[in-house]
Write a protein that binds this ligand. Structure first.
Ligand code: UDP
Length: 491
């Protein structure tokens, strides 16, 4: 009988992290009945995950205790999408307190399933889990939902803080010259303010990234055919295997949140629109923009004359869970006009993004360049208007624009000045018929769509497996062959 393999997945508490982990868990479940798959998370996230799993799924959900008020966080704060951005670091710091419980859980699993092989797949923010795994002799990989290129820039910046040693507005990354020059205004706020001793620096440098050396490999929700430069950075940095296995995307069903629009209503509206005529605007699971930026973006959507779906949240500075004030935060008469012309839909907080991006009427995506959003867009050949806001999004955008030619950057950050005229111009460039570069961008997006299709080919048709399928097979084979095997072996 084939040996049972227990696979533990442990995502950080954010929708942008939980979603690819769930997609990966479902993908692994499809691969073999011999995998005993468990997702670990805090109580509220486990409750949400329960509603996201298909009814016949064999994936186990296991709760790790966490009481947010013990960490000076509002009660029941267990996911970044329920806290203002300035509290995200607190939640990240609080997550370090999960270490003893995590170790206890793994020890228990080892005792209860002494003959199972065990493999831990954990989040990039949970570098410390690799130290636990090493102590217990368990095979461990980090799973990055971010691109190789984006994370390489991000990692290099945190470890070296190069902007502190130059007055220049642009500078190279000493250990990642492939990225050429980074511009100062591409730095996420927490990096540009970092001095090595602040909370973010301490977490990233000491408690997180450094621990990766203890891991047995890194898997990326990416595609080596267009992300090899970034993936290679990690191979040479840590001297451990790096496997690209993406995209794993949650295609249907609940993604852990109740939508601000009924997916059926959304589809019906999209069905009424000509092909390639709709702009989708959404900034991920937790971001919003400033009130001034929102007004400019609203004006741009009006002036562009394009059909659009725009996912809105209250602007920065307002309670993210408060009611959206259309009259106050959008241009005068905006809602009346879009209702009258049926040209647009405003969705509160959460839309069925994958369903929207897969619809033939969608032509472009104005996105913050979170990597899940990027993969979901490019899987359908939809080019991107980039408005990166935080973390490695700036470098995803750089990859998309400079290396892949599938994106035009519209704005940078949540406090930059944006002018509606610029946005209109860039929307026209990407969506309009007249511009040569727009045509090229759309062609490139279609080429990437094909690359993605090829990467995930399972070889059933012609015996040729795609690069990402080979990646996941190689990772599973390494986990299966690892001599960090069962508790019995360890004793
Ligand atoms: N998402 C969604 N509907 C929304 C907003 C976001 O389904 O209205 C999903 C999106 O499809 C993606 C994830 O949330 O899978 C966001 O992840 P991403 O990496 O793009 O950004 P993050 O939220 O981590 O900044």
């Amino acid at each position: 009988m084939a040996e049972k393999q227990s696979i533990i997945l442990f995502p950080f508490m954010a929708q942008g992290h939980i979603i690819p982990f769930l997609a990966l868990a479902l993908n692994l479940e499809q691969k073999s009945k011999n995998y005993n798959i468990t997702i670990i998370n805090t109580p509220h996230n486990i409750q949400k995950l329960k509603t996201s799993l298909p009814p016949n799924s064999s994936i186990n959900l296991l709760t790790i205790p966490f009481i947010s008020s013990d960490h000076n966080l509002p009660p029941n704060t267990e996911n970044t999408d329920t806290v203002p951005y300035n509290l995200v670091i607190k939640l990240i710091q609080a997550s370090l307190s999960l270490k003893p419980s995590f170790k206890y859980i793994i020890q228990n699993i080892l005792t209860q399933q002494p003959n199972h092989k065990l493999c831990i797949i954990s989040d990039i923010f949970f570098g410390w889990t690799s130290t636990v795994a090493k102590e217990l002799g368990v095979f461990h990989v980090v799973f990055s939902g971010a691109s190789g290129y984006g994370l390489a820039c991000y990692y290099s910046l945190w470890m070296n803080l190069p902007h502190r040693f130059t007055d220049s507005d642009e500078f190279p990354l000493s250990d990642f010259p492939e990225a050429r020059l980074i511009q100062r205004n591409q730095l996420p706020n927490n990096i540009s303010q970092a001095d090595g001793f602040d909370d973010w620096s301490i977490f990233q440098r000491k408690n997180n990234l450094c621990d990766w050396v203890n891991s047995d490999g890194i898997i990326f929700n990416s595609v080596s055919d267009f992300d090899s430069v970034g993936l290679n950075y990690f191979t040479r940095k840590f001297n451990i295997p790096v496997w690209s296995i993406g995209p794993v995307v949650l295609s249907t069903g609940s993604r852990g949140k109740v939508g601000g629009i009924n997916p059926k209503v959304c589809k019906e509206w999209l069905d009424t629109k000509p092909s390639n005529s709709v702009l989708f605007v959404c900034f991920g699971s937790m971001n919003t923009i400033s009130a001034t930026q929102m007004m400019q973006l609203g004006t741009a959507l009006e002036k562009s004359g394009k059909n659009f779906i725009w996912v809105v949240r209250p602007p920065i500075g307002f309670d993210i869970n408060s009611e959206f004030k259309y009259e106050e935060w959008l241009p005068l008469g905006f809602m009346e006009k879009i209702v009258e012309t049926k040209r647009g839909i405003i969705v509160n907080d959460w839309a069925p993004q994958v369903e929207i991006l897969s619809h033939g009427s969608v032509s472009a995506f104005l996105s913050h360049c979170g990597w899940n959003s990027v993969l979901e867009s490019l899987s359908h050949g939809v080019p991107i208007l980039g408005w990166p806001m935080a973390a490695e999004q700036f470098f995803n955008c750089k990859l998309l624009e400079e290396e892949m030619g599938v994106c035009v950057e519209v704005a940078r950050g949540k406090s930059c000045e944006v002018k509606y005229e610029d946005i209109v111009e860039k929307i026209e460039l990407v969506m309009g018929e007249s511009s040569e570069s727009g045509v090229k961008i759309r062609e490139n997006a279609c080429k990437i769509k094909d690359m993605i299709r090829n990467a995930v080919k399972d070889g059933e048709e012609d015996g040729v497996k795609g690069s990402s399928v080979r990646g996941i097979d190689e990772f599973l084979s390494a986990a299966g062959k690892s001599n960090k095997t069962t508790l019995n072996d360890r004793e």
